[in-house]
Design a protein around this ligand. Sequence first.
Ligand SMILES: [Fe+2]
Ligand SMILES: [Fe+2]
Length: 462
Amino acid sequence: MSLYERIPNNVGLSSDKRLLRALEHWLPNYMQWWSDMGPEGFQADDVYLRTATSVEPGGWAHFDYVKMPDYRWGIFLAPPEHDRRIGFGDHFGLPAWQEVPGEYRNMLRRLIVTQGDTEPASVEQQRLLGQSAPSLYDLRNLFQVNVEEGRHLWAMVYLLHSYFGRDGREESEELLERRSGSSDKPRILEAFNEPIEDWLSFYMFTTFTDRDGKYQLLALAESGFDPLSRTTRFMLTEEAHHMFVGESGVRRVVRRACEIMRETGDDDVRRQGGIDLPTVQKYINLWFSLSLDLFGGEVSSNAANFFSAGMKGRAQEPKYQDHLALEGSYPVAGEEIPLRNAMNEVLRDSYIEDCEKCLERWNRVITEHEIPYRLRLPDRRFHRHIGAYAAHRFDPAGHRLSAEQWNERRDEFLPGEKDFAYVRNLNAPVMEVGKIAHWISKPTTGIHGMPFEFEYVRRERN
Ligand SMILES: [Fe+2]
Ligand SMILES: [Fe+2]
């Protein structure tokens, strides 16, 4: 069986000479990248993973043990929509493009490369985390997220190879050459250059940064370039699990903190070996604000151009009334901005609303334990590096601070070295079946109907 016959796909790969030739080159480099930058120390283990083998409801989540380098990364598009039309912008109502429109070629390539770059970046950021997993269940979830981010890279590379010729192939190689955190060839977006060295950061990243990914994908799923729309629609089905890993992970940390306070009568959760709620709050402040930056500037002519061109819409565009957005305005930083220029902020607002729901779920756990504490999202002005608020300092409530006040109070708002060190030091690995680290509670259910006490990762014994 040739390597290519092993690639699950619904894009007619076996008869697509051009794509086969391009993959022939790219695939060995991808495998090399995975072995260099994928999860370190677990490549020989059998991991209970889901693999997408088709886009049918029963086919896209096939569960079995697999060694990660043998994972069957596939290429899938959501099924075509009959007579699909462009849903917004200057070409509203015309048939969706099946080929790249020449005038938007560069714009489209840039959108695809920027999205594609985040996928391997997150694998790189998380590559050492497995070595401190709180349970085999969590270890498996980390690897599931990692292999699927690998597949999301494939999804973008498929578009580059199929629709962009030579420069598409070059971009595909460069996606494997940039490295998260490298000073030389860093990843494109800043939040993807921060290493993730502890599990609370991982849960925050999958809650807030993967959720940014969800909103970017929702906006691209509306694209008038149909192959991009269909690719991202299928990616969204996988993304849901990543956000579940994050949201439920934080929830279990919060639950454990509450249990510890209740069981010991000691409010000093750290003294009892858990992660205290104020530390959780600081991590929220950090990862939420980093993720807000990923939406770009509040007022953006790029965003207006993406929208006009019909390349990137709003999340769930059909729910809006006016798909031209030529009239009307949107409030941004106390001013009314022409709607098309405010598209980043429109998307950011949908995102913030979604994040609020996570906070509600976390706070419900605290309320159930009758503990008078509430976790909050910081104000959108807090700790921003991009856009209208980047020039000034604000506290998490959105009050302006002088540089001096900020320096004095920074460690109240954001995790400092001591906080990171504390959380990192808790992260002694727990690799026994059915066992869990002290600082996090067990999940209420396992994966795919399996109990928590299941050998989600069979460690190689040597
Ligand atoms: Fe992804
Ligand atoms: Fe993801």
